[in-house]
Design a protein around this ligand. Structure first.
Ligand code: 6GU
Length: 224
């Protein structure tokens, strides 16, 4: 998979891809992440990329020309499955969306800033708009990192068996059951006996019952 991320602040997104699991995914060639500084497609000697909104109002608007030039150049090099605009008014990211995007080959993420982008960019190029939740960030960059992380960890070979994405919360519309590790007792707090029993069938049943109980308690809305 290849992800091209367009932003005025690409440096904000470097470390997540230089650390731990995402770093290894990139090193193994399972994911390619390319950053594009939007100012490289800016106009005039002032490197302008934003301007005042027509009709007035507070805040600046990201101009169509630099974004169109950048996206058009990328599109001339390969076919993209989706061109995604990260925006608080997009569709809220879910595990289902991450799953769907994880089987694509080439993606563009466009990070918004200021008041947003000229509507004509959305009409011309954008195929999907994604938000990571009902709150407002200073820009789309952190959301782009969240989206990329949720997708890349699903690519075959990125996680090992112990980290398997198949047992994630949400993957089967259930939250994860409680987990424990040594010691079996700490300051009088004990691990449920069943987990120490060695009876794998009983343990599996218990884990499923606990997952169900916790989902009913915390997130009944995600149950089928
Ligand atoms: Cl994608 N962008 C911004 N600026 N704020 C957000 C968001 C995106 N998702 C949630 N809040």
């Amino acid at each position: 998979m290849r992800i091209d991320i367009i932003s005025v602040l690409p440096e904000l997104m470097e470390s997540p891809f230089q650390t731990s699991i995402l770093k290894r995914a990139v090193q193994k060639g399972l994911a390619e992440v390319h950053f594009h500084q939007l100012r490289d497609w800016s106009i005039g000697k002032h490197k302008q990329i934003d301007d005042e909104p027509y009709g007035g109002g507070a805040g600046m608007v990201m101009m169509i020309e630099p974004i169109d030039k950048c996206i058009s150049e990328l599109k001339s090099q390969r076919d993209y499955d989706e061109i995604i605009y990260l925006t608080p008014d997009g569709e809220t990211l879910t595990q289902k969306i991450a799953n769907t995007l994880s089987i694509k080959k080439n993606l563009i993420f466009l990070c918004g800033h200021y008041k947003g982008i000229d509507q004509r960019v959305r009409d011309l190029h954008i195929t999907k708009e994604i938000s990571i939740g009902d709150y407002v960030l200073t820009g789309g960059e952190l959301a782009a990192c969240v989206l990329a992380d949720s997708i890349i960890r699903l690519l075959p070979g990125v996680l090992n068996d112990e980290q398997s994405a198949l047992t994630d919360s949400f993957q089967d519309n259930l939250l994860s059951p409680p987990i424990y590790t040594r010691p079996s007792e700490y300051k009088g707090l004990v691990v449920p006996e069943i987990l120490l029993s060695g009876n794998s069938k009983k343990i599996e049943e218990w884990l499923h019952d606990e997952a169900m109980r916790i989902t009913l308690e915390k997130r009944p809305d995600i149950l089928d």
